[in-house]
Design a protein around this ligand. Structure first.
Ligand SMILES: C[S@@+](CC[C@H](N)C(=O)[O-])C[C@H]1O[C@@H](n2cnc3c(N)ncnc32)[C@H](O)[C@@H]1O
Length: 196
């Protein structure tokens, strides 16, 4: 039942270091696009006082459940169906929204819906954290990311590495203020915004 993504295994440690800085004891985290469930299970084991709500498309939930049952982690909640193209939120409140390597997979409408959802569920002071590759107006994409972008577009022309400036403008329109944009291994970024 459990799926396995090698990239999630590689990036979970560096992401953990950032999440240690930004999550607080008692937080409820809404994860969008949880994938295999590797991240959800690992972060729950590292943050026993944070509740983690994994979500993904309906066909992806079994692997998350398998990680949940194997880990027997009381803070890892039953995964819920969340399709960014529908735009509805499966829960009404979260202290943080976490979305890893997903905004280059969904269409731009899905990215718009992600930020609108964050605005709806976050309290003042809540944050949205994104991890993945981004393009910047003042420089070329790194060669590895340029190849990745081409491969994404060949599979789905509505997907692709997003412009940091366009995503930041979306966030601002939803009342979210950029807090940090940090380089991560393998030409990825950790970027987070806080609701004012
Ligand atoms: C590259 S995977 C990343 C998964 C996981 N966050 C990770 O880093 O291992 C992209 C994820 O986006 C999910 N996804 C694709 N379309 C989606 C949509 N419309 N709404 C929500 N999630 C979607 C996929 O099912 C998949 O789990």
């Amino acid at each position: 039942m459990k799926d396995f993504a090698p990239a999630s295994e590689r990036n979970k440690g560096p992401i953990l270091q950032v999440l240690r800085e930004i999550l607080r004891r008692g937080d409820l985290v809404l994860e969008v696009g949880s994938g295999t469930g590797q991240h959800a299970s690992y972060f729950c084991s590292q943050f026993p006082h944070v509740r983690w709500q994994p979500t993904d498309l309906p066909g992806r939930l079994d692997s998350i459940r398998a990680f949940q049952h194997e880990g027997a982690l009381p803070n890892l909640l039953e995964p819920l169906d969340l399709d960014l193209l529908r735009g509805d939120a499966p829960i009404g409140f979260a202290n943080a929204v976490v979305c890893i390597n997903t905004v280059h997979i969904v269409s731009w409408k899905g990215v718009e819906n992600l930020f609108s959802l964050a605005n709806r569920v976050l309290p003042s002071g809540g944050l949205i954290y994104l991890y993945g590759p981004y393009r910047y107006a003042d420089r070329d994409l790194e060669p590895s990311n340029a190849r990745f972008h081409q491969s994404l577009m060949a599979r789905d022309p509505d997907s692709g590495i997003r412009s940091f400036e366009a995503v930041d403008a979306l966030a601002q329109r939803q009342g979210l203020t950029l807090e940090q944009d940090r380089p991560m291994p393998a030409n990825n970024r950790s970027i987070w915004w806080r609701k004012s």
